[in-house]
Ligand binder design. Structure first.
Ligand code: TYD
Length: 211
């Protein structure tokens, strides 16, 4: 395979999809590949390990309790604002390739099921969060995701089938110039090949002149 081009600026590549779609595995494989290719790459994820992210993980583990939809949305926005300021934007400024496991498309899809307009959530995020250069949406029928989650153990409070179906509906309606859908029910290797093809094209488009 040809050597990958070096990008002339930082690139933000986001992985999204339902729980069980294999984002984290695919992102990890891509990370290894890009490192082997000598690319300057960093991997990040949301919710983060920061104070807001930790509060959110408590919700995932123990259920929403009396946390209102407004508060939940506020926590996701706070977590992301900190993440953009402290990690994402500095890495992009250093011209790194940022591989991000979930971003504001998750907020649109998951919190969008709780009575908010997904486009409104998008606008609130884009007030401070840079849009990605590439959004890889791992497409999986909710029943398949649900089965995978049950095989892994007890699904979290955000992973019930009816909820996943609603989330999937919002993901399905998304339409952005930087969005690529990848069928995720196929073999892991087939998904990874498609992911790499998208990355090669992206790097080609952003190749350093003479690089
Ligand atoms: P997930 O990627 O499953 O994290 P991990 O693999 O570390 O457990 O994300 C955790 C959950 O958080 C997932 O069910 C989706 C939810 N989530 C939202 O509801 N809104 C958001 O904005 C984000 C980033 C995640």
């Amino acid at each position: 395979m040809n050597q990958l081009a070096t990008p002339r600026r930082g690139l933000l590549i986001v992985f999204e999809g339902l729980d069980g779609a294999g984002k984290t595995t695919q992102l990890g494989l891509l990370y290894e590949y890009l490192c082997q290719q000598g690319q300057d790459v960093v991997r990040l994820r949301e919710p983060t390990e920061g104070p807001w992210g930790q509060k959110l993980r408590q919700l995932l583990l123990h259920g929403r309790g009396d946390v209102t939809p407004d508060t939940e949305l506020e926590w996701f926005l706070n977590d992301r604002r900190e993440h953009v300021d402290r990690c994402i934007q500095p890495a992009l400024n250093r011209k790194q390739i940022v591989l991000l496991d979930r971003y504001y498309f998750s907020t649109m899809a998951y919190q969008g099921t709780r009575g908010y307009d997904p486009q409104d959530i998008q606008a609130r995020n884009e007030a401070f969060a840079p849009p990605p250069d590439l959004l890889l949406l791992l497409d999986l029928p909710p029943e398949v995701g649900w089965r995978r989650l049950k095989q892994r153990g007890t699904p979290s409070h955000f992973e019930r089938l009816g909820y996943l179906e609603q989330v999937a509906g919002i993901f399905a309606a998304m339409d952005f110039p930087y969005l690529r859908r990848i069928p995720a029910a196929q073999e892991l290797e087939a998904v990874q090949s498609q992911v790499r093809r998208e990355i090669q094209q992206l790097l080609q488009r952003h190749a350093q002149i003479g690089g």
